[in-house]
Design a protein around this ligand. Structure first.
Ligand code: UDP
Length: 448
């Protein structure tokens, strides 16, 4: 672990302790470290990153900010925003002006309150797209105009002011029923960048729409995809669960582009019927597959006990089920030819950067919008119908991986990988934005 104060310019990063937020924040830490900044990660004790995996950064636990895992994400985030205020303030005061700026996850507004009070500049970090952020502004505007609840018959229509592929039903909150005030307050709190002097996006110019900058009126730095911008060394191990490395040896034995990788990320859950339907669909498609199923992600089961024995045997002939996969390595493996995904933003970026076409099965949050872009804008994904039954899953796997019908989708995915590579080379959009960000942070520090 790096000692505090060993380099000239120090930045403090405050991540939200959820896998999909923590990972890009640690990747950002690595990117900034490679640009000469010293990095302090101030983190909750719950889902804390392992300092042993990141010898280049200093870690400060926010004592008393302990927060137990809770099924209710809103409550968990509210608890952190309340409990971590005092410990963060103490920590910044103890560092006695050594921190040039604090980069915080957009859901942790307490950081801005504390930093503003202590006159330390803050930068807002969004681990997802600006288009997704726009969708929250659209929601707030619908709420203000009292258009919510909207009759079910309108859900298929495009949302005014958003990209035409986004329908009311793709918004992150259901607009067909009344939205509770506490939820509206929550959305307001993270749609407001408060005193932040800039916004960093784990996004890429060619994939996104940054017109929101007119409203926020601060510089935007789209420096994604962070997993590719960051060091690829093993020190970038960010998984909170133990990765099953054995699946790579299994992939090594499979034919080129033959394997379907299946994962629904770190939060989505399904019931046992959905698990069985998915298993049947994948098994009936005849493709080999690697399936990451998190413990406790199937309601009422510890793991996959609810899969009937006969089905498990069929699965074992052709596939491998693990609890947690080294996903980036899996997607970069030449044997992987498709990804059945919940379309979380990290998973989306990791897949498109490797040219792997996707079957989109979104659940909540930004996943519906990401899926709409994958299917209808970039055209590198196929849809499974609302009822993801065995037939529609089998059909989608065939289309994506085998049929001529999926040929164009696979070709576009390969092309997209190439285009995204260009954003990371010298003079590419993300590389330029990162140069500008480094200069910007440097300009925030008073001359010594
Ligand atoms: N992930 C992984 N192994 C798995 C499943 C997921 O390493 O078996 C990682 C994946 O690479 C991604 C993150 O977990 O970086 C999930 O983030 P995402 O934004 O896709 O979805 P979320 O978990 O936030 O819903």
């Amino acid at each position: 672990m790096e000692k505090i104060g060993t380099r000239k310019l120090q930045v403090m990063l405050v991540p939200l302790p959820l896998q999909g937020h923590l990972t890009p924040m640690l990747q950002l830490a690595s990117v900034l470290h490679s640009r000469g900044f010293s990095v302090i990660v101030a983190h909750t004790e719950f889902n804390s990153p392992n300092p042993g995996n990141h010898p280049d950064f200093a870690f400060i636990p926010l004592q008393n900010g302990v927060c137990s895992p809770s099924g209710n994400l809103l409550e968990m985030i509210a608890t952190i925003n309340t409990n971590c205020k005092e410990p963060l303030e103490k920590c910044i005061v103890e560092l006695q002006g050594q921190v040039s700026c604090i980069i915080y996850d957009s859901l942790l507004h307490f950081v801005d309150t504390v930093a503003h009070h202590l006159k330390v500049p803050t930068i807002f970090f969004r681990p997802s797209t600006a288009v997704y952020m726009q969708s929250y502004h659209a929601l707030l505007s619908l709420h203000e105009k009292m258009i919510i609840p909207l009759p079910e018959s309108h859900l298929e229509e495009a949302v005014p002011e958003l990209h035409p592929v986004i329908r009311f039903k793709d918004l992150p909150l259901s607009v067909s029923s009344k939205i509770r005030q506490v939820v509206i307050d929550f959305v307001k709190s993270f749609s407001d960048i408060k005193s932040s002097v800039a916004v960093i996006w784990n996004s890429v110019e060619m994939l996104d729409d940054f017109s929101l900058q007119h409203q926020y009126q601060v510089p935007f730095f789209p420096i994604g995809p962070l997993h590719k911008m960051a060091s690829s060394s093993s020190s970038m191990q960010t998984s909170l669960l133990q990765e099953d490395a054995g699946c790579i040896a299994w992939l090594d034995k499979q034919a080129l582009k033959s394997v379907l990788y299946v994962s629904l990320g770190s939060l989505a859950t399904m019931n046992s019927e959905a698990l069985v339907e998915t298993a049947m669909g994948i098994a009936n498609s005849g493709q080999p597959f690697l399936w990451a199923i998190r413990p406790s992600s199937v309601a009422g089961s510890e793991w996959i006990e609810c899969l009937p024995q006969g089905l498990r045997e069929v699965i074992q002939e052709r596939g491998l089920i693990v609890k947690w996969a080294p996903q980036k390595e899996v997607l970069a493996h030449p044997a992987v030819g498709g990804f059945l995904s919940h379309c979380g933003w990290n998973s989306t970026l990791e897949s498109v950067c490797e040219g792997v076409a996707m079957i989109c099965r979104p659940f909540f949050g930004d996943q519906m919008i990401n899926a709409r872009f994958l299917i209808h804008v970039w055209e590198v994904g196929v849809e499974i119908g609302n009822v993801a039954d065995r037939k529609s899953i089998e059909e989608a796997v065939r289309v994506l991986m085998v049929d001529d019908r999926g040929k164009e989708t696979r070709r576009r995915a390969a092309e997209m990988k190439h285009k995204l590579q260009l954003s990371r080379v010298k003079d590419g959009s993300s590389c330029k934005a990162l140069d500008e960000l480094a200069q910007f942070i440097t300009s925030l520090s008073p001359p010594k």
